[in-house]
Design a binder for this molecule. Structure first.
Ligand SMILES: [Zn+2]
Length: 195
């Protein structure tokens, strides 16, 4: 990997992206020394322009960035690091320095919404009323939706198939919540299988 440190007084911008959520977390700068240290240790070290020295992200807070991959752009003057952040990245306490929510996409937002409806006992919400009917009923709904999806799979109506797939996912999320699990945990099972 060849990086051009000469273009901008020995510094190159480094974009840090969350390896799991793919969110852009922050932007920093590295000189060659910071880059070599980062590669060697597997923990992101920047060159801080305000401190005018090497600065390992998390050296005070303990919120290190563990390097998963390092890529350089087409001009060899910008680095992209995919990393796993320990805790929040920004000193303001937000997940990303760009103020983005800690979301991995709409499904995770939906999971959160379902969880809130149930925890807050939201009267009049379908989610909460199904939850109140107990685990057997929720499990049964997942089964029914799965069967409906199977039936649509044999047909050729795309809209119906997509709708049944959505129903299944939605009820699956309710059942997960009722059993006290989260999508993260299921994702972990899949990731472990993928090793
Ligand atoms: Zn920040």
């Amino acid at each position: 990997m060849k990086i051009d440190f000469n273009k901008d007084n020995g510094l190159v911008p480094v974009v840090i992206q969350d390896n799991r959520t793919l969110q852009v977390l922050m932007l920093g700068y590295m000189n060659e020394e910071a880059f070599e240290k980062t590669k060697k240790e597997g923990i992101v070290t920047f060159f801080s322009r305000s401190k005018n020295r090497l600065w390992t992200k998390g050296e005070e807070s303990g919120n290190f960035l563990t390097v998963k991959s390092i890529d350089v752009d087409c001009d060899q003057d910008t680095i992209l690091i995919k990393a796993v952040p320990k805790n929040v990245v920004c000193h303001t306490g937000s997940f990303s320095c760009f103020g983005e929510k800690n979301t991995k996409g709409f499904l995770y937002e939906l999971e959160e919404k379902i969880s809130q409806r149930i925890d807050m006992k939201a009267e009049g919400s379908y989610t909460y009323s199904l939850y109140q009917r107990g685990i057997n009923k929720m499990a049964q709904k997942v089964g029914e939706e799965a069967v409906e999806l199977v039936i649509e799979a044999k047909d050729h109506n795309e809209e119906l198939f997509k709708n049944e797939a959505a129903d299944l996912l939605y009820h699956f999320l309710i059942l997960l919540k009722a059993k006290g699990f989260s999508m993260d945990e299921i994702e972990k099972v899949l990731q472990d299988r993928d090793q």
